[in-house]
Design a protein around this ligand. Sequence first.
Ligand SMILES: Nc1ncnc2c1ncn2[C@@H]1O[C@H](COP(=O)(O)OP(=O)(O)O)[C@@H](O)[C@H]1O
Ligand SMILES: [Mg+2]
Length: 107
Amino acid sequence: MINLLTNAVTYSPEGSTVILRAVPQVDTIEKKTVRISVEDQGPGIGAEHLDRIFERFYRCDKARSRENGGTGLGLAIVKHIAQCHGGTVEVESRPGQGAVFTLILQG
Ligand SMILES: Nc1ncnc2c1ncn2[C@@H]1O[C@H](COP(=O)(O)OP(=O)(O)O)[C@@H](O)[C@H]1O
Ligand SMILES: [Mg+2]
């Protein structure tokens, strides 16, 4: 969560809003999930990057990311930890329209 929140704050303009949500969901009697999402109003992420963003050392904008001290490892770690807990992580974003990262965990 810290990695997702740090990204949201780092890549968004000062004074913009970051929303953290936790939504429990009962799919069936046996299957419950919780969706934990971090939504920001930053620059968003282009479609060409979305497939690769969870790879180790992948950064969309190398110059900007280096300025911000990024290593490109944060999202790879998020994906790994989600998988260790039997969960997944998804991203929804369009350039100029912010980003939503969602962790989906089994309850
Ligand atoms: N909330 C976000 N808004 C826009 N771009 C993002 C966001 N989160 C991640 N990115 C992009 O994805 C890249 C990979 O993120 P991450 O793995 O956390 O590495 P970094 O160390 O560069 O933050 C970042 O360099 C940035 O280009
Ligand atoms: Mg990061």
